[in-house]
Design a protein around this ligand. Structure first.
Ligand SMILES: Cc1cc2nc3c(=O)[nH]c(=O)nc-3n(C[C@H](O)[C@H](O)[C@H](O)COP(=O)(O)OP(=O)(O)OC[C@H]3O[C@@H](n4cnc5c(N)ncnc54)[C@H](O)[C@@H]3O)c2cc1C
Length: 405
């Protein structure tokens, strides 16, 4: 059945395997699924209480560690087993998010892949907002521009409610994302700079204690975590959670308690007043607060090769594994780096790209990557590892065409 579906190009979202993963047929079937339907979620159906049996528990952990399954699901116990339904729904949501078929997508139309159109895509990626991009001279692009009317200017953003924003500024984007108007007239108890996991946690606890709380971020929500395709060690998510999903949930939780957010604005100054503090924003506005939490995290080191910097968004992406995977279907991808972020990115891209090559300066993957990821990378057939190598140059005409190592 799976072979027939692959032959006719049908999408398979989820395969639940009822066989023992330790027996040959179970393992072989899962291997075939990965080949035939690389995007399908794969889970093992196990009897409830399977963890009690040491060999079964060890086989499940092993299958997860080498990426043969995404997770396990206890067999339905009764005819209406809502726990089972919830597990299936959450797999389907993950699959739909990966495949960009979730509803409420923001459409971005641009003249080229790089420049301001890329900045807008990046902004939405950083806000964990489902979005897609098309060129203005594609069929879809022409249709969206025509619908927006004769005044439309590129890059164009079409929101899920049908509103179109022509070449929007960061302030317009922040307001479209719900930033409070007349910010300077509000008196906040707490201003948090940074909407990564630390800033979002602070927002949940500040707002839930009744403080008037504002979160400012120069990007969107999630910080570094938003580029993680699966975080397995966050409290309360035994199955793992994508960084984008974690950030969305935390953002919703903080908002429900009344926290406000201003995205796409950098905090540029902090001054003590006679009473309280003032935070200055990149657009010159000043916000007063009784307390300020700086949760500014860390930013990425860059390659610093001018010919590659010029191609940012046109084949060169920083931490873009989750956002760019879709566009890499059937292509070759190179990942520069040999630690955990590179390992997670390789495993995620391997579901889409024809071949993924990790370019690692160290002499071995073990030098910088967690053991469980090394095992998974080694067990993924279309991932190649080149150790003792660094990228020193590269370029292309409007799009990345070569890398020099
Ligand atoms: C690809 C990847 C995978 C990862 N996987 C895991 C994992 O599986 N498990 C795990 O435990 N950890 C993981 N991490 C690490 C984890 O994401 C970080 O430890 C975590 O995000 C740190 O949170 P933070 O809120 O302190 O800072 P950050 O996430 O760095 O967020 C800081 C925020 O502050 C904002 N900011 C900075 N300066 C300013 C300013 N002046 N004005 C306004 N805003 C500002 C930034 O835009 C950013 O949004 C991963 C990281 C990456 C990159």
């Amino acid at each position: 059945m799976l072979t027939a579906l692959a032959r006719t190009g049908e999408e398979v979202a989820l395969v639940l395997v009822g066989k023992q993963v330790s027996d040959a047929t179970g393992g072989e079937l899962l291997g075939r699924v990965r080949q035939l339907h690389p995007h399908a979620k794969r889970a093992l159906l196990v009897p409830s209480g399977a963890w009690a049996g040491q060999p079964t528990a060890a086989a499940i952990l092993d299958a997860m560690a080498v990426g043969r399954i995404d997770y396990y699901v206890p067999r339905p116990a009764a005819s209406h087993d809502e726990v089972f339904h919830e597990a299936v729904s959450s797999f389907l949501l993950e699959w739909a998010t990966d495949r960009r078929v979730v509803p409420h997508t923001v459409h971005i139309v641009g003249e080229e892949w790089s420049g301001r159109a890329f900045e807008l895509r990046d902004v939405f990626q950083r806000c964990a907002v489902p979005h897609d991009f098309c060129l203005a001279d594609s069929d879809e692009g022409r249709e969206l521009v025509a619908k927006a009317g004769p005044e439309a200017k590129l890059p164009l953003m079409v929101l899920p409610d049908g509103r179109a924003l022509s070449d929007p500024s960061n302030t317009e984007l922040a307001e479209a994302a719900g930033a409070p108007l007349a910010l300077e007239e509000h008196a906040f108890d707490l201003v948090i700079v940074g909407a990564g996991p630390a800033g979002l946690s602070a927002a949940v606890y500040g707002a839930s204690e009744g403080m008037r709380t504002l979160v400012v971020d120069e990007g969107g929500i999630g910080g570094q975590a938003r580029s993680s395709s699966r975080i397995r060690n966050y409290l309360g998510f035994p199955k793992g959670v994508s960084g984008a999903r974690l950030a969305e949930q935390a953002y919703e939780q903080a908002s429900v308690f009344g926290a406000s957010f201003v995205f796409f604005h950098r905090a540029t100054g902090l001054d003590r007043l006679r009473e309280g503090l003032n935070v200055s924003l990149s657009d010159g506005r000043r916000i007063s607060a009784r307390a300020v939490i700086l949760a500014t995290g860390a930013s990425y080191r860059r390659l610093g090769i001018p010919s590659l910097e010029a191609l940012n968004g046109a084949g060169v992406f920083y931490g873009g594994a989750a956002s760019e995977a879709h566009g890499l279907s059937g292509k070759d991808a190179y990942i520069v780096g040999g630690a955990n972020s590179a390992g997670q990115a390789a495993l995620h891209l391997a579901r889409y790209a024809r071949r993924v090559t990790l370019v690692v300066r160290a002499q071995s993957l073990e030098a910088g990557m967690s053991h469980y990821l090394v095992r998974e990378v080694e067990a993924t057939p279309n991932v190649e590892v080149r150790t003792g190598t660094a990228v020193v140059g590269g370029g292309g005409e409007g799009r990345l065409q070569e890398l020099v190592s």
